[in-house]
Design a protein around this ligand. Sequence first.
Ligand code: NAP
Length: 285
Amino acid sequence: MRTLSLPTGGEMPVLGLGTWRMGENADQRTAEVKAVRDAIALGYRLIDTAEMYGEGGAETVVGQAIGEALRAGDVRREALFVVSKVYPHNASRRGTREACERSLKRLGLDAIDLYLLHWRGNHPLHETVAAMHALLADGRIAHWGVSNFDTDDMQELAQCVGDGPACAANQVYLSLGERGPEFSLLPWQRERGMPLMAYSPIDQGALAHDKGLGELAARLGVTAAQLALAAVMARPGVVAIPKAVRSAHLKQNLAAAELQLDAATLAALDRLHPPPRRKTPLAMI
Ligand code: NAP
């Protein structure tokens, strides 16, 4: 799979697995662990989770699946890229460290590959940045970043970071239905070689039922969801992290990472879902 370089060294695959809504119901747990394990067996290497998802439940699911995959020899730890996030209300200097330790325990890992501030809260940014830098220095995380930061937030963040280790990525809502970040945020990140992680890239499943998209996709021999994902990944500097539990979805999404869209298809997509003509506030789910 194609990868993107991080500004702090290393690489991130252009497609990952989202895990929001996992770990919420005990009766779903077996199916969810299986989905993450199947994803790893199929070739997914990037897994996105957060302490918020199922209040730690999703991290526990991910941890169990990774543990089983490692023990079965399906994958090496170094090949996986695990992303988790700290709640804004925990993102003080001390709270970030404590939250990270709890996440590591649930995940059964010695280090998180990319640790994000989930969205901006009340703790001063410089405190969160200092905590991230300390976690890096202690080897508890390999990279740090943010989520739901708009262009002006990123500018403010850059001031806080100074000469310290840079923010590696920003994860925001970007899909064919929500293209706002393409106007200024994505260009800003591209100039700095900082990947943009697109969450809800299928609009939480809605784009799979988009009629116009479905017709265009059928002509290409793919599904609407696959075309929606391929469109997001076609933007330079963008990583997509669709969530899927169903085996068919896991396979389709992986195949979408290999789709090459020609100029005529990209133009047809622009007619169906036009790019932004002006700056709009960052949307959040
Ligand atoms: P999404 O990935 O756009 O959509 C997920 C839904 O689409 C699920 O219902 C899934 O069904 C369905 N689906 C997946 N692949 C499909 C396919 N090939 N065909 C048809 N339907 C398909 O929405 P999301 O879960 O909101 O976003 C993805 C991830 O981004 C999250 O899981 C989370 O990790 C992250 N996220 C981050 C933030 C943030 O604030 N940082 C916010 C939202 C999301 P099944 O599960 O039944 O297979």
